[in-house]
Design a protein around this ligand. Structure first.
Ligand code: PMP
Length: 383
């Protein structure tokens, strides 16, 4: 089976697996305990925070460890909304955010906050001017993702950050960086980002850990009540093995970013060229999208049916994102780009990793042709 779903989950680095095992065996003590074993575990967390801070060029005290980017996004959005109610109750996000951002905003909306959802253009790009015109005196936060998880569009974050702050310097800027880190340069200062979420399991780290960068001076209302872990912002005994292993994944994938890009981009370009040559397919990703995601549709064919056929042929793909792939409805992202229902229901996402080769892509291309032929014959037979 060839795995084409790196945007959903990645195989952990060898070093990550070894670290997890070692720490589970040796450093099981509670980092809050006063004895030596506890302080050693606490030291490991401190060190991991330094490693992640260095990778993002920020201060260690600006790094918060969470259980994953879903928690980081929830905390960034709801934590800021609750904390800064006296400034206003207006937030801005886009129609194409990950559910952990989108649903957090909808939850706030149901509870009296005003949310502006900015629509993308037909390629999934967010126009910075359209964001800026929505910023008001009472806008507490704007949340825009770095790279879209379904189609791979990269957003113009420098321009968005600059324009938000020029209208209202107090409006916080949150970036969901999950699909960008390890593939593209991260420039939190250049983006004027105040909050930034990361997910280690997308960069060959472990599951069960996440990161949130919180710029010094910003307060968030804690969503979890309990002990005083993570400076009182995130109660719960720390997941030491996952935190330490995450810091390794953040460091290694950050260091390998340019190698990853150079390796994967030609594969993506090759696949795009191939998809252009098949009349049955509609390509939904931009040519200049992120290097690891290609999304296309087979209009009139349910994405799930096509994905199942590809699985029979030895190819593991997604229809859009793993978090939404069990939903029966058409893709919210594609609909908001103005695609019709048959395109929005017939999507397939291919996401690349550093182990893929030209031969793998050739095998995928062959499987795609076989799948189209087989499904056409089956359709014809049903008529
Ligand atoms: N944001 C984006 C853009 C994602 O792709 C994902 C993972 N599907 C998340 C947030 C959530 O991350 P996690 O799986 O760590 O909760």
């Amino acid at each position: 089976m060839l795995y084409w779903d790196y945007a959903a989950a990645t195989p952990p680095y060898e070093d990550v697996v070894k670290t997890m095992e070692q720490i589970m065996k040796l450093h099981y003590a509670n980092p809050s305990s006063l004895h030596r074993a506890g302080s050693e575990a606490a030291k490991l967390i401190r060190r991991s925070r330094e490693v992640c801070a260095a990778a993002l060029s920020v201060q260690p005290k600006e790094i918060l460890f969470t259980s994953g980017a879903t928690e980081s996004n929830n905390l960034a959005i709801k934590g800021a909304a609750l904390q800064y109610q006296s400034r206003g109750r207006h937030l801005i996000t886009t129609e194409i955010e990950h559910p952990s951002v989108y649903e957090s905003c909808l939850q706030l909306q149901r509870n009296g906050w005003e949310i502006t959802f900015v629509a993308p253009d037909s390629t999934g790009m967010i126009d910075p001017e359209r964001v800026a015109t929505e910023v008001r005196r009472d806008t507490v936060l704007v949340s825009v993702m770095h790279v879209n998880n379904e189609i791979g569009t990269m957003q113009p974050l420098v321009e968005i950050g600059r324009l938000i702050k020029s209208v209202n310097p107090r409006t916080l800027f949150h970036v969901d960086g999950v699909q960008g880190y390890g593939k593209l340069a991260v420039d939190l200062k250049g983006w004027k980002a105040d909050l930034y979420s990361l997910s280690p399991h997308k960069i060959r780290g472990p599951r069960g850990a996440g990161l949130l960068y919180i710029k010094e001076g910003i307060q968030l209302f804690p969503l979890l009540s309990g002990g005083s872990h993570e400076e009182g912002l995130r109660a719960g005994t720390e997941n030491v093995p996952a935190i330490v292993a995450s810091s390794k994944a953040v460091r290694i994938s950050g260091e390998q970013r340019e190698i990853f890009y150079a390796r994967v981009l030609p594969l993506r370009d090759r696949l795009l060229r191939f998809l252009h040559s098949v009349p049955e397919f509609v390509i939904n990703s931009r040519e200049d999208g992120a290097p690891h995601i290609v999304h296309f549709s087979y209009p009139g064919m349910k994405g799930e049916v096509f994905a199942r056929k590809l699985e029979e042929l030895g190819m593991a793909v997604s229809t859009r994102s793993a978090c939404s792939s069990r939903l029966a409805e058409p893709s919210r992202v594609l609909l908001s780009m103005g695609k019709d229902v048959s395109v929005a229901s017939g999507g397939i996402r291919i996401s690349f990793g550093d182990s893929h080769t030209e031969e793998d892509v050739a095998a995928l291309e062959k499987a795609l042709i076989t799948a189209v032929r087989a499904l056409k014959i089956a359709e014809g037979g049903m008529k």
